[in-house]
Design a protein around this ligand. Sequence first.
Ligand SMILES: *Cc1c(COP(=O)(O)O)cnc(C)c1O
Length: 390
Amino acid sequence: MLKKYFGDYGGMFVPETLVAPLKEVEQAFIAIQDDDVFQRELQDLLVNYAGRSTPLTHAKNLSKIAGCNIYLKREDLLHGGAHKTNNTLGQALLAKRMGKTRIIAETGAGQHGVATAMAGALLGIPVDVYMGSIDVARQAMNVERMKLFGATVHSVDSGSATLKDAINDALRDWVTNVENTYYCFGTAAGPYPFPSLVAYMQRVIGVEAREQILEMAGALPDAAFACVGGGSNAIGLFSGFLEDDTVQLFGAEAAGEGLSSHKHAATLLKGDLGVFHGMLSKFVQDADGQIAQTHSVSAGLDYPGIGPEHVLLQEKERVTYLGVTDEEALNAFELIAKQEGILAAFESCHAVALAMREAKRFSKDANLLINVSGRGDKDLESYVRLRGAV
Ligand SMILES: *Cc1c(COP(=O)(O)O)cnc(C)c1O
């Protein structure tokens, strides 16, 4: 559970001033793993506040179209509308246990900022969120949500004024205020121990899904699919099946307008090794090795990096990572709405699209598991803008 490196990837590439605070997080993370009081409190929040366990749905209409059995893990039904709540509740509780009186977070589209602000409100800890000024303008409603939850939103103007700049400013804040401040990282990436810590908080998805599909289908899935931004919902789902060689694992990366265009976030498919955000991993870079400005229809997948564990899983060929275009994701958004009455997040629709594409290769008895990482209400406006009123 606690690995500094995944093969050659990961590590803790940070200025010296951040080594001590990261080690403090590491020590606290080690301590909670066998701490019954912490585990009981987290379990209570996950069940009685956030609504776990989330259901597994046998999607009968999609199954007919796919030609095999499709099961949906419904993280869209978690409080907050996405899997991010698992992580922010866990880390906010960790911060409280560490005696921290302030939480900071970075956010791109605002979803992690909202989830952190929610956890801060619940536990009574003030939250400061760093967000690029372009994102602040683009995601005005999420800014309002954060403010309603009592958080302070800092608009970041440096660089490209988007997520990577927000992370830089959040790290700068942390260096200055380490004494009382906890940094709640949003995905299974960044410097050690965050990739392990976030994966730990998200593994509940895989643990539940494994039990549920064994119960409902009487078998392990033949394949499991998740979308990959920084990699947290995917690693959460996959962790339930990594040791089961019969379960094929698929990660859907955002290919934007297509892998041949340069502005996409398919980091594992088109990225190069580099050191950024405290980790050695893959990043989408320009010819000079600068981190590229990516674009995807789903803001939550629009991160030019990837958690280091995924780079290893790709290298070991344990997980197959494939690109899904904006067009395919939008088609999947329509398909799952029409067939199942579910509005799935654009991010999750990448996984749905990939599963429906790969389904052809499976027999009619096969069971395919898809993680629906979040709900799609937030994307409806974008959908109408892109495709016109329904
Ligand atoms: C943030 C987000 C993602 C992408 O983040 P990961 O860390 O890759 O899971 C996927 N789906 C939804 C609904 C999100 O909000």
